[in-house]
Design a protein around this ligand. Structure first.
Ligand SMILES: [Zn+2]
Length: 521
């Protein structure tokens, strides 16, 4: 037998404890047939084999992102990226170029500007946009997402005038003339946003296809795709049929959609490249919006302790329903009270559905305590974390102020969870956080707040490889570089163990291989 593809002279980190390092890999029919030294793979090299000399480059198992919103990412990709814009002049140039290739009447959306970076040191106004965008409504979001500037065409469509009063947010007006400046704040942004049409299915399909390309460029070979609509399911299925899905997809649908998922889609679940695997139930909201359910009130808002979205009884019923559908139970629970409700439901289903191997998941599981960690350990729950979120919650706003000094110590205690033997997997939560798994790995390794919860490079890599594979029931086929497993690999520009930890996020993915096929180089 001869291989289709052989990689040699690499620095291969297999994530397989019985053979942690290797130099070469031989691949046939999408699977790994040999891992070892250059000599070991020699006999696999035939005249038809494609040979790749890695020249000392680092290879790791393809990354698995256990929490990504691909359709949202796809929508955002179509927007203008204004995050590096240094002046209003530059913003105008970018907008002008976009207007020229956009049909008349179509909305132009952008995000990422910040007036503090602008040479002009002022907020942009509708007048800055109007000169060359009269035929297209424009909405450009500030980096924080809570402020936007819109042009006159957008104001006209939304019927906003000097007289309009903003509820829940300001509509900026010129101090002298009283005319609208085009700047909308907080809830007032929705006065225009609600007029932006949603994508058609065809538009979404093209956008998602592009998003999938970006995802494999980041070295990601499998995703746990949090689906929010039936249209998204239809798009995924169409891309699969047209052979336009370059990566493996494990779908998680929200509980509200479960009864509406077509039976034909569910029956394809046996397919390893695409399957509906889980159902997500939202137990509460988010800390940033103070909607995460806490036992004690928020430190910076003593009247509020967030809110549970389901009663315990409803949660228990849904959990059993998910198990009876033979799907994985995935509970989004951020606050300690929500995690408690999730664990009660999980503990209940363990009794109800005896004998089955359950891999119940809690997403985020942000605010914990010693008792909750012990309960997670006892019922073998998997905690799905998004390490970049940890950084944002301390840096973008203050989790310390919101939770107070005692509770904040137990915010995302990743190292404690791992040390206690709780299985933890890693995801991006893209587009809310960056897609790049190496940024997630860096965030988990270099965490600044409560550094005792930093993990090692090895542990961080496990979050996105072998432990992520376990999370989606694929540890026997992906997640490590082993004979017999699928050939899903990422070739890195540098060795994450050898660079300064803070530089891990700068490592580039030079090649991505899915099932023996080079999907990015
Ligand atoms: Zn999410």
């Amino acid at each position: 037998m001869r291989a289709d593809l052989v990689l040699t002279n690499g620095k291969i980190f297999t994530m397989n404890p019985s053979q942690p390092h290797a130099e070469a890999i031989a691949i046939k029919d999408g699977k790994i047939v040999q891992v070892g030294t250059n000599d070991d793979v020699d006999r696999w090299i035939g005249k038809d084999a494609k040979l790749i000399n890695l020249k000392g480059k680092t290879v790791v198992p393809g990354f698995i992102d256990t929490h990504i919103h691909v359709a949202d990412f796809a929508r955002v990709l179509a927007w203008l990226d204004l995050s590096n814009v240094m002046s209003i002049q530059e913003l105008q140039d970018i907008l002008k170029a976009r207007v020229q290739r956009t049909p008349r009447g179509k909305w132009i959306i952008g995000r990422g500007w910040d007036q503090n970076r602008f040479a002009e040191r002022r907020l942009p106004t509708r007048h800055d946009l109007d000169a060359f965008s009269a035929a297209n409504p424009v909405i450009l979001y500030h980096e924080c997402g809570q402020i936007c500037v819109v042009n006159s065409k957008a104001l006209e469509l939304a019927d906003l005038t000097k007289q309009t009063v903003g509820t829940g947010g300001d509509i900026d007006k010129n101090a002298k003339t009283g005319g609208l400046t085009g700047i909308l704040r907080d809830d007032a942004t929705s006065l225009v946003w609600k007029f932006v049409p949603i994508m058609t299915e065809d538009e979404l399909l093209e956008a998602v296809s592009l998003a999938c390309e970006k995802i494999v460029e980041a070295g990601v070979t499998s995703v746990c795709w949090i689906v929010l609509s039936l249209m998204e399911l239809s798009v995924i299925e169409k891309l699969r049929v047209r052979n336009r899905l370059p990566l493996r997809v494990y779908i998680v649908v929200p509980a509200e959609l479960l009864d509406r998922v077509p039976a034909s889609t569910l029956s394809k679940s046996a397919n390893k490249a695409l399957r509906i695997g889980g159902v997500v139930i939202f137990a509460d909201g988010y800390l940033a919006a103070r909607t995460a359910a806490l036992f004690q009130s928020y430190n910076d808002c003593p009247d509020s302790s967030g809110k549970l979205l389901y009663t315990q009884k409803e949660m228990n019923r849904l959990a059993v329903k998910v198990h009876h559908a033979n799907l994985q139970l995935v509970i989004h629970a951020v606050g300690d009270k929500a995690v408690d409700v999730a664990l009660n439901a999980i503990e209940g289903t363990l009794k109800e559905v005896r004998g089955k191997e359950l891999r119940n998941r809690i997403e985020q599981a942000a605010v914990l305590n010693e008792e909750l960690v012990q309960r997670m350990k006892n019922c073998r729950v998997i905690v799905s974390v998004q390490p970049c979120v940890v950084d944002s919650e301390f840096r973008v706003w203050s989790a310390t102020e919101r939770l107070g000094p005692e509770r904040v110590r137990w915010l995302y205690p990743i190292k404690t969870l791992i040390s206690e033997g709780v299985k933890v997997s890693g995801g991006s939560d893209c587009p809310m956080e960056p897609l790049n798994p190496l940024l997630g790995i860096k965030a988990a390794v270099t965490r600044e707040f409560f550094p005792e919860e930093c993990v090692t490079v090895e542990e961080a890599l496990r979050l996105y490889t072998i432990d992520a594979a376990y999370t989606i029931f694929e540890e026997n086929v992906t997640g490590s570089i082993e004979k017999g497993k699928l050939a899903d690999l990422a070739v890195l520009s540098r060795d994450p163990w050898m660079v300064e930890p803070k530089e891990i996020g700068d490592i580039e993915v030079e090649m991505t291989i899915v099932g023996g096929r080079v999907v990015h180089t």
